[in-house]
Design a protein. Sequence first.
Length: 213
Amino acid sequence: MCNLYSQTTTQEAMRQLFQGLSVTDRLGNLAPGKVYPDQTAPIIRHDGEAIEMAMARWGMPSPPSVLKTARDPGVTNVRNLTSPHWRRWLGPAHRCLVPVTAFAEPRGGGRGNQWFAAAGTGVSMFFAGIELRNWTSLRKVKDGETTDDLYAFLTCAPNAEVKAVHPKAMPVILTDPRDWETWLSAPIEIASQLQRPLPDEALVQVDEPADPG
C-alpha cells in the first residue's frame, strides 16, 4: 500500500497541463513536499463547470464494518471497485486526479521505503482518485468531529519495477492527458479500465526526496 508520496508540481505548472480548459484555483499558497495519510494535499476535480484545483484530506470514509470505535482514520487506497461502499462514489462527480512527483512503497522486513518516479523527463503523473466533499467524521479524538473534503486513490497489480519491491499492489497512475480526461469524465464502465499498472520500465527507483526548506 502506498501511504507516502511527494508532490512538487507548482500551481502554474498544473494549470498549464490543462490548457484550453477553464481552471479554478482554490489551492491558496501551495507548499511542495511529502504527503502522509490524513494530511491535506492538492487534487484536481470538476466543479460542475470547470476544472478545479482544491485541497483535500487524504483518507476516504472507512466501511463501518471495519471500525471498532467512533474514530475513523480514513482509507488511503481503494482496490475493490465492486464494493458497495465505493460504488456510490465512482461517478464523475466524485473522481479526481492527485498530482504526484514520486511515491514510496514499503520494502518489507522493516527495511524502510523505496521511492519511485517517472522514467525520463517531462512526464506528469497523477493518481486516479476519488473524492468526497463536506464529510463530517471523527478523524482525531483531540479535534472532535470535523467536516472535510476527502480523497483516496486507486491501486492495482504492480508493474515490474514496483513488484520487485512490493509484490502486492501499486497506485493507479495516469500520465496521458487523454486518460486524465477519461478518468474525470467518462462513465465508470469506461473509466474503470484505467485501473491497471503503468507499463514496465515506466518507473525508476529514486532516492527519498529531500524535504523542502
